[in-house]
Design a protein around this ligand. Structure first.
Ligand code: AMP
Length: 394
């Protein structure tokens, strides 16, 4: 078990916290979704309540080691101030940490300090020891509360954790408890639903979940590689030819393990990759050569819904179709609804499935929506995440 923030003495300490404030910004630099800020609040409030000072750091976007005004964390400082109703000092220095910032971290009366984008320094992604040492001057203890970057070993998570006494924050604790709990000891029947564009992104997840799940439902673009593996035509649908043998191997593994690998039995197919394209529904053996599958069909929705209704636990990662197009969002939306309407432990991987749940306004009905896309995938692959591994055990 990893140490959590509750295991450390916070009083009068400067608590250096790695947050994930990688929020979406529009062209005017306005934050369009503040979920990543609100989910960081419990840890920050706890630090203040316990008499500590919070020194917050995060990356934003991909500045590639070069300071870039458009990727400044200044709007985050303002938003955080609004949400907390407390002053947030912004360390507005492109070098992220310098003597002035160290002084700011030592000022008693300002209880929250947010640093500039850690990726303004190229040493961040290099997990440079000297940069980690510089950052560690800003805290007496370190908390990793950025699940979304925990699959990466960078200076602001792994580097500083090696120097300072450390623990995970409430957000990371919850991710470990919810996703880790399901992987270790799921209430059965346990169904994994996997979708999205490519099978190549999810091979290791399927492989690992075949050891744990009772059934794996596959939808989205990746299903067509399985259709081809069964010897049928996929028309103009997205297909990874070089992964057909692998799909065959996964189907064989499922059979050997007694896990049902459930594929769509029909598809909504269109002539063009467009919301406005004419479409029709065809069975999986009859995809016409000049059409592409953009969503699962009615019969698949019914089949999948009936299976899901009987599950106790469901892990879901990846949409069932091109849900960005309203005409091809039904499969994905119906999965959201079935999960919301039934008494199921529902764990939603970050990224597009999380976006679909939000679009449907059903966030509150899910057990857990992960804050990390790549991190949650790697977790489900059974990999150790370096940002969590580095944290001390209890
Ligand atoms: P991923 O990031 O791998 O979860 O993939 C998500 C993307 O897969 C979304 O942008 C979907 O539009 C896309 N996708 C889902 N189904 C299909 C499909 N049948 N054909 C093409 N793209 C798809």
């Amino acid at each position: 078990m990893k140490k959590t923030i509750k295991d450390l003495d916070i009083k009068d300490k400067r608590v250096l916290v790695r947050c994930d404030f990688n929020v979406p910004l529009d062209d005017n630099g306005t934050i369009t979704d503040d979920n990543r800020i609100t989910t960081a609040v419990p840890t920050i409030e706890y630090i203040l309540k316990k008499g500590g000072k919070a020194v917050l750091m995060s990356h934003l976007g991909r500045p590639k080691g070069i300071p870039n005004k458009k990727l400044s964390l200044k709007p985050v400082a303002k938003k955080l101030e609004e949400i907390l109703g407390t002053k947030v000092v912004f360390g507005d220095y492109d070098e992220v940490v310098n003597e002035e910032v160290v002084q700011l971290s030592n000022k008693d009366f300002d209880k929250i300090l947010l640093l500039q984008n850690t990726r303004f320094r190229k040493e961040e992604k290099e997990n440079d020891e000297n940069f980690a040492k510089e950052l560690s001057k800003l805290g007496d203890i370190f908390i990793n509360d950025a699940f979304g970057t925990s699959h990466r070993a960078h200076a602001s998570n792994v580097g500083v954790a090696k120097i300072l006494p450390n623990a995970v924050g409430f957000l990371v604790e919850k991710e470990i408890e919810k996703i880790g709990g399901v992987l270790e000891n799921p209430e059965k029947p346990f169904i994994a639903i996997l979708g999205g564009a490519k099978v190549s992104d999810k091979i290791n997840v399927i492989d690992n979940l075949l050891n744990i799940a009772d059934k794996i439902i596959i939808g989205g673009g990746m299903a067509f590689t399985f259709v081809a593996a069964q010897g049928y035509e996929v028309g103009k649908s997205i297909l990874e030819k070089d992964k057909i043998d692998l799909a065959k191997r996964l189907m064989k593994k499922a059979e050997d393990k007694g896990v049902d690998l459930v594929l769509p039995i029909d598809y909504k197919v269109a002539e063009e990759f467009s919301n406005d394209s004419e479409w029709k529904t065809v069975s999986f053996e009859n995809i016409p050569s000049d059409y592409m599958g953009l969503d699962i069909g009615e019969k698949s929705i019914e089949l999948f819904s009936n299976l899901i209704k009987n599950a106790k636990t469901v892990v879901w990662n990846g949409p069932m179709g091109v849900f960005e197009f309203d005409n091809f969002a039904e499969g994905t939306n119906k999965i959201c609804q079935v999960l919301a309407e039934n008494d199921i432990i529902s764990i939603i991987g970050g990224g597009d499935s999380a976006a679909a749940v939000k679009k449907a306004g059903l966030e509150k009905s899910m057990t857990h929506i992960s804050t990390g896309g790549g991190a949650s995938l790697e977790f489900m692959e059974g990999k150790k995440l370096p940002g969590i591994e580095v944290i001390d055990d209890k």
